[in-house]
Every structure is written in structure tokens, then in C-alpha cells.
Design a protein around this ligand. Structure first.
Ligand code: DGL
Length: 266
């Protein structure tokens, strides 16, 4: 199976992209809703949680791991690759950074994300690796995650907050903006409106899905080992009716949610 983990529910935006691009494959999702959010936590804590999340996916049949969470990708990608060196691991930062470096015309790239993601400097580092001439402008937007989880996608309050967060990036004249958090693609329309319609938006989930597609095309053995049907499996460390409802709404399909125990291993 294609294993995807996230700090909670937002990683379903990555699942959506994967199912759209690679509809033949079965996915196994784990959302760590007991310990969410990761975005305000220390690097050490996010690394520990991410190792446990990945371990859960591997124990349950994942053959490739997608780190859907930007905060986990920023903090733990290196450690995940070190500990699970025989498993392909796709995180969201590198493909999104490469896409932004390709897309920019004026070399000015904006990044929005959680405090953990922005504070880690991971996007900036990855963008500069692709193109050292670029200038990166980052802003953490901690209020957007709870707004999306409340379903406040079109409320005027949300639009005001998005505008406020994006204003420094607009002033900086970024022509490309990475939506560096699982929840932000759900606000894509508002973000596009507030940053300006000429700015190119990059969705890390979409870029990770493209990278996964590429990986499977170049690794027939891995491709053959994956389950191919739509019996997708969704787990959460605290499965609530609200999670199931949002999952159904976001993915546009019924979602059967099971409880998973993780933790205590690393
Ligand atoms: N999934 C997280 C991310 O993409 C957002 C939610 C959280 O802070 O845990 O950074």
C-alpha cells in the first residue's frame, strides 16, 4: 500500500491529490489526531512522533511512505530516511521547493506554513538548493489550521486573516507562493484572491503526488508490490465522528475510520 501520515486530518489534502493522480492504488492513511497539532511543537517531539507514525504504516503493509505533513517533513525527513533506509520516503518540502524554483520568474518566492515549518527554514534551504539566486520570504499562519478544521473556508473573518498574513509577502512582490501546510489548499481560492491572481500557487501535496507517480514509473518492483484496489484504509489515533465527516466531505467518498495506537517506541 501507499502509506501516508499526517499530524491529523489535514493530510487528507495529500490523499486527495494521490487518489486523483494514482487512482489505481490502495492507500493507507494515519492521522495522529491525539497529538495534533505538530506545527507548534519542538523539532525533537515532531521527530519522535513522525518515527512512530511511519512505523505504524510499515507494520500495516505500507511499501512506500508519504509524509503528508509539512511540519513533519521539515523536522523529520532526514531522520525518517536514516531509520527506515530500505523504504522509499517522499516528503512534501523538496518537490514543492523544486516546483517553486522552476515556476518563479522574478526569483522571489513566498512560503506560508506552521511555526514549526517556517521556523525550521527547511523550505528556504530546499529552494536555495534548487536555485541559489532566489529570495525567500516566509510567514507562519497559525490561525489558519483551526479555521479550516472549523469549516470556515468562506467566512469574512477567514478572508481578513488570510489577507493580513499574506500582506508582507505581497509587499515583497513574491510571484510564487508555496502553501506549506496541509490545510492551506482548502483555502486556495481565498489565498489566490488575497495574494493576487498573477501569483503562482504551489500545492506541496500535488507535487508530492507527482513525485510518487514518478517513483512508481521508475521502480517496477515497488509498483508491483502495491495493492491495487479502492479498499483504502483510514486510521486515526483519536477517531471522532467529526474526522469521518470532514474526510467524507473533503474526499467525496465514504470513509471508514479505525483507531490506531501509536507511541512509546522512539
Ligand atoms: N499537518 C500540519 C502541517 O502540514 C498542520 C497541522 C499541524 O500543525 O499539525 O504542517
Amino acid at each position: 500500500m501507499i502509506g501516508i501520515f499526517d499530524s491529523g486530518i489535514g493530510g487528507l489534502s495529500v490523499v486527495k491529490e494521490i487518489l486523483q493522480l494514482l487512482p489505481a492504488y490502495r492507500v493507507l492513511y494515519f492521522g495522529d489526531t491525539v497529538r495534533t497539532p505538530y506545527g507548534n511543537r519542538s523539532r525533537e517531539t515532531i521527530v519522535k512522533y513522525s518515527l512512530e507514525d511511519a512505523e505504524f504504516l510499515l507494520e500495516n503493509g505500507a511499501k512506500v511512505i508519504v509524509v503528508g505533513c509539512n511540519s513533519a517533513s521539515a523536522a523529520a525527513a532526514e531522520e525518517l530516511r536514516r531509520r527506515f533506509s530500505d523504504v522509499p520516503i517522499i516528503e512534501v518540502i523538496s518537490p514543492a521547493a523544486r516546483a517553486a524554483a522552476r515556476a518563479t520568474k522574478n526569483g522571489r518566492i513566498g512560503v506560508i506554513g506552521t511555526r514549526a515549518t517556517v521556523g525550521s527554514g527547511a523550505y528556504e534551504k530546499a529552494i536555495k538548493e534548487s536555485n541559489p539566486q532566489t529570495k525567500v520570504f516566509s510567514a507562519s499562519c497559525p490561525l489558519l489550521v483551526p479555521l479550516v478544521e472549523e469549516g470556515w473556508l468562506k467566512k469574512p473573518e477567514t478572508k481578513t486573516i488570510v489577507k493580513k498574513y499574506l500582506s508582507p509577502l505581497k509587499v515583497a512582490q513574491a510571484d510564487t507562493l508555496i502553501m506549506g501546510c496541509t490545510h492551506y489548499p482548502f483555502l486556495e481560492k481565498t489565498i489566490q484572491l488575497k495574494i493576487g491572481k498573477k501569483v503562482k500557487l504551489i500545492d506541496p501535496g500535488r507535487e508530492a503526488a507527482l513525485e510518487l507517480k514518478n517513483l512508481l514509473e521508475n521502480n517496477p518492483e515497488l509498483e508491483r508490490s502495491l495493492a491495487k484496489d479502492d479498499r483504502h484504509r483510514f486510521f486515526a489515533s483519536d477517531p471522532t465522528p467529526r474526522f469521518a465527516e470532514l474526510a467524507r466531505r473533503w474526499l467525496g467518498r465514504p470513509v471508514e475510520l479505525s483507531k490506531a495506537e501509536v507511541g512509546g517506541k522512539f
